[in-house]
Design a protein around this ligand. Structure first.
Ligand code: ADP
Ligand code: MG
Length: 287
């Protein structure tokens, strides 16, 4: 049975936009020792601005149009950002056979042509030689029928409370903070450095993130627990593998909210430390 004051803890949390799905999660959370974050949409806003367009064989607007069309059916923050950047109506009737390739990009037929839009990994996979990008940023390469068309460089910003979120966890005695991302090394390391995370792993596919979390689970000591925080785009497996899964409720996908034990309604990572504080206070009352 759940001690009565757990309900007080859950109620107090919900007033701060922290939805806790059960009293047992408060107990686990009070012992958080390792906190692992996804990057895009979790520590960063998930709203990318286009910082450069480098076409190889077509105009800048044509490159952006093809990328935006290929991305027209996806909910990924990169897809939404490319559609916004194109800033003109997109006729989804020109797009068919869409396939999302998690951690890499998308593949679709646009006006009958096979278009691939995504990162270095995707180009490698389809055997297209890409031009390296000299700017720090997330690179979206575009290929048509196996022919390289150029790339678009996009960049995201860290959330305003992300640095405080990490600092507060340290103050609370959380031993290790880690960021996992499918993004490029330079991007991931810049964000992790700016926010003061202890560890960062980049260029990960969703399955690699699960492997990393399993390795981190073996580093726990005593009663220590591992929390994973994500926006849920491809995160559901890691959210359920962690001792405690925390999802962003605003930007987050339905699958993430389903798989998570705790949902942050306003997407603010600083609410994690707040939740740990509530959990510890509740446990003191129970004990
Ligand atoms: P994160 O690990 O930061 O949450 P994802 O796992 O969603 O990011 O994506 C990892 C990388 O895969 C992105 O940085 C990007 O290079 C590429 N990618 C994923 N989805 C798309 C997409 N829809 N269009 C283009 N590139 C994508
Ligand atoms: Mg993600």
């Amino acid at each position: 049975s759940v001690p009565l004051s757990f309900f007080g803890g859950i109620g107090g949390a919900s007033k701060q936009g922290i939805l806790v799905k059960g009293g047992n999660y408060l107990e686990v959370l009070s012992n958080a020792e390792i906190v692992v974050f996804d990057k895009t949409g979790t520590l960063t806003k998930g709203v990318f601005n286009v910082t450069a367009i480098h076409p190889d064989q077509c105009s800048e607007s044509r490159l952006l149009e093809l990328a935006a069309l290929a991305e027209s059916y996806s909910d990924h923050p990169i897809s939404r950002s490319l559609r916004d950047a194109y800033n003109a109506p997109l006729d989804a009737g020109r797009v068919a056979d869409v396939e999302e390739l998690s951690g890499r990009g998308v593949r679709a037929r646009v006006d009958g042509q096979l278009i691939c839009a995504g990162n270095d990994k995707l180009m490698e996979e389809i055997g297209v030689k890409w031009h390296p990008c000299h700017k720090v940023g997330t690179t979206v390469h575009v290929a048509a029928e196996g022919e390289y068309l150029g790339h678009i460089v996009i960049s995201d910003e860290v959330k305003s409370d992300a640095a405080r979120a990490i600092a507060d966890l340290k103050t609370q005695g959380v031993r290790k903070t880690v960021m996992l991302t499918g993004d490029a090394r330079a991007v991931g390391e810049a964000v992790a450095g700016e926010l003061g995370l202890d560890e960062v792993h980049t260029q990960l596919l969703p399955a690699d993130k699960v492997d990393r979390v399993e390795a981190l689970l073996t580093q726990k000591t005593g009663k220590g627990a591992l929390a994973f925080v994500g926006d849920g785009i491809n995160d559901a497996p890691v959210l359920s593998r962690a001792d405690i899964g925390i999802a962003m409720g605003g930007l987050g996908s339905d699958a993430a909210i389903e798989a998570a034990d705790i949902v942050l309604m306003d997407d603010q990572p600083s609410k994690i430390a707040a939740a740990i504080g509530i959990a510890r206070k509740t446990l003191r009352i129970v004990k």
